[in-house]
Design a protein around this ligand. Structure first.
Ligand code: 1CP
Length: 358
């Protein structure tokens, strides 16, 4: 939390996107039966899964076990997370008429029907307090939501796609429908993140995983305004001062978008593995904390190569006011959990190994 707020703690903190999930045998055991969305809305299961990587890897934060499409399920959209594939919608929003109908759904339903999310978050923060009783301060829970563009990419297409062509097409073909859709998604997703923060999450991350599919101009016109609106929904809860909830903005393939993404009211910028952190901060051009950015493929490399890359990234992270170590995208499902734990130790031992001299 101190790093997100801009201090530089003696030890660089580390967590991993997708640290909970299929890379862990204990996760696979718990998730052997039942659908993914049902699991997200089961407070006992969701809190236990959130804690699994904390216990195993010794990371410095938990990320709430849920999914970016959960708020859409809460407002009544028929969505399933197909194993090995991702979110699939029974009725994609591919026409202006379908969009016009969908955006009449009241985003407040996320809060009204989100009791399971509230209960999962408060259960999780309580469990985190217990596992970190000897740390002086409780381990933070990071809440999250999907950015409107990334959610629209699934909704318009009806499921995962490689190039998000249907969404990009709608953006150009019917800017008014696109605007209505993303403005509505900003409220739905902002409400989901606000719900987690109100229930006790310490920080929030907006995932715009597929923003890198957009040219900078289209990102600025067609995606950023709705992302700002989603973040502002959370910011309105704790505008400034000690109660300010740090917000992280992350996307993949966003080398050309970093300055625009950083222009939102955020505390940290998440950088994928394609841009070195020092170069990323040059592009950001303002004083933010940086988060990232080990190539997830390095989890499959030999120890020597992996350690060298972790050290390089820690050095590059010194160009920002503070650094939160992470991967450049999520943990791959077949990653070796021991490699993840080894990265945590390398990050935590870096100062002792001669890095970050005063
Ligand atoms: O049944 C399963 O185990 C399915 C795998 C899985 C898991 C573990 C999915 C399906 N979602 C999740 C949880 C999840 N999703 C988390 C939890 C916590 C953690 O990080 O440990 C988070 C933060 C997400 C967010 C999410 N879902 C994103 C943004 C992050 C990213 O990876 O870019 C996206 C794009 C999704 C959609 C999604 N959900 C699941 C899959 C396989 C996908 C991606 C599909 C695609 O490639 O389009």
């Amino acid at each position: 939390m101190r790093a997100l707020r801009g201090e530089r703690p003696e030890i660089t903190p580390v967590w991993f996107m997708r640290q909970a999930g299929r890379s862990l045998p204990e996760y696979r055991a718990l998730r052997a039966t039942g659908g993914m969305i049902d699991a997200c809305l089961d407070p006992a299961l969701a809190s236990e899964i959130t804690l699994q990587p904390v216990r195993r890897h010794g990371v410095d934060a938990a990320i709430f076990f849920s999914d970016i499409v959960v708020p859409l399920a809460l407002v009544g959209m028929e969505v399933e997370i197909a194993p090995g594939r991702g979110p699939v919608f029974a009725r994609p929003l591919s026409t202006a008429a379908e969009i016009a109908r969908a955006v009449r759904i009241d985003p407040a339903l996320v809060r009204e029907r989100g009791e399971a999310v509230v209960s999962a978050v408060s259960r999780t923060t309580q469990m985190l307090g217990e596992v970190s009783a000897d740390r002086g301060e409780p381990l933070p829970l990071i809440g999250f939501a999907g950015a409107p563009f990334t959610l629209a990419a699934y909704l318009v297409e009806g499921g995962p796609s490689k190039d998000h062509l249907a969404a990009r097409r709608l953006l150009h073909d019917d800017p008014a429908a696109w605007h209505d859709l993303t403005a509505w998604l900003a409220e739905v997703s902002g409400e989901f993140l606000a719900l987690q923060v109100t229930a006790g999450a310490s920080a929030g991350q907006l995932f715009d995983s597929w923003a890198g599919a957009l040219a900078p101009h289209d990102y600025r016109e067609g995606a950023l305004p709705a992302s700002r609106a989603a973040l502002d929904r959370v910011r309105a809860l704790s505008p400034a001062g000690v109660g300010r909830v740090p917000l992280v903005h992350f996307g993949v393939g966003t080398g050309e978008l970093l300055a625009d993404m950083a222009s939102a009211d955020i505390d940290a910028i998440g950088v994928d593995y394609r841009v070195p952190l020092d170069e990323a901060m040059r592009r950001v051009g303002r004083d933010l904390t940086v988060q990232g950015n080990l190539d997830p493929a390095m989890l499959f490399a030999g120890e020597e190569a992996r350690t060298a890359q972790v050290h390089r990234i820690l050095e590059e992270g010194r160009h920002a006011r503070a650094h939160v170590f992470n991967l450049g995208h999520g943990v791959p499902k077949d990653a070796d959990p021991d490699a993840i734990g080894a990265v945590v130790r390398t990050v935590h031992d870096w100062r002792a190994a001669g890095g970050q001299q005063p």
